[in-house]
Design a protein around this ligand. Sequence first.
Ligand code: SF4
Ligand code: SF4
Length: 326
Amino acid sequence: MVSAVELKNEAIQYPVFPDLRRDELRTLQVNLGYRCNQSCAHCHVNAGPNRKEMMEPAIIDLIPRVLLRHKLPCLDLTGGAPELHPRFRDLVSEVRKLDVEVIDRCNLTILSEPGQQDLAAFLADHQVTVVASLPCYQAENVDQQRGKGVFERSLFGLRQLNQLGYGQPDHSLVLNLVFNPQGAQLPPPQAELEAAYRKELDERYGIQFTSLFTLANMPIKRFADQLAFKGELNSYQHLLVASHNSENLSTVMCRSLLSVDWQGNLFDCDFNQQLRLQPKGQLLHLSDLLSSHFPMAGQSISVDSHCYGCTAGHGSSCGGALQSAD
Ligand code: SF4
Ligand code: SF4
């Protein structure tokens, strides 16, 4: 049931986002740096080939220690293109030896970059879960959002992964695709779109995948600039607020995830990281987690108006929609 939040005063703009508190921590989501081989229009971290920010080795070394100390079951690697970090493969190998799930947020074109031709095989060998952005099954839409030629190179990457067993029904290697809308709309229902993707990608290209995640675009950074340029930023933010569904509050990703920036600073989620919205409490840096005790359960989460991007409609998170249907 959707409980719409009324906009009582256009000048005030947004009602205060409801109080959120942490559950048990499951996932450490680490941004290894902002360097990327793409410069997508919707990128909420403004990543690109000219970005220099990369995590220092001393901070990378903390990651397995923190996972081990707190028995966290999942490491989620993001960027930029996380695979461009020179320590990416060392880190993945070490963490997989701890029997921790590793998620690689992969842009697919990285799989055909010079020097990365064996990346897909490395990911398969280490049973890494691949989460890959593919905002449409039509070339024109993907290229418009992610750059000229990206769709063809994405298909190449997907075929490589499929050949290694990723996304195949009888195989354990997980290949999840990510959809986000082209513009200032909410994503359609995830199950319906997944069925369409499965049919179209199979019939047109013979490509298989495990699941489709639908994500709402966050009105921050490059996407916000794009909306502002088109005069759509306010109407999109109003749409998010008006579509707020309080049932999504119990499953938003910040309740079970901590986000780490390339300098080791902690945030409640990747979006707060980009907005430099600091977490409440004493845990501010990855190194603090070596000497601190969880549980963090019950701790208050830093929220602001952008959080409506997670609770609008069916909800949105790194793992896709928070609800399957109305
Ligand atoms: S591939 Fe991902 S990180 Fe790189 S520019 Fe595109 S959205 Fe940003
Ligand atoms: S933007 Fe971050 S803090 Fe806000 S609801 Fe979403 S995940 Fe939680």
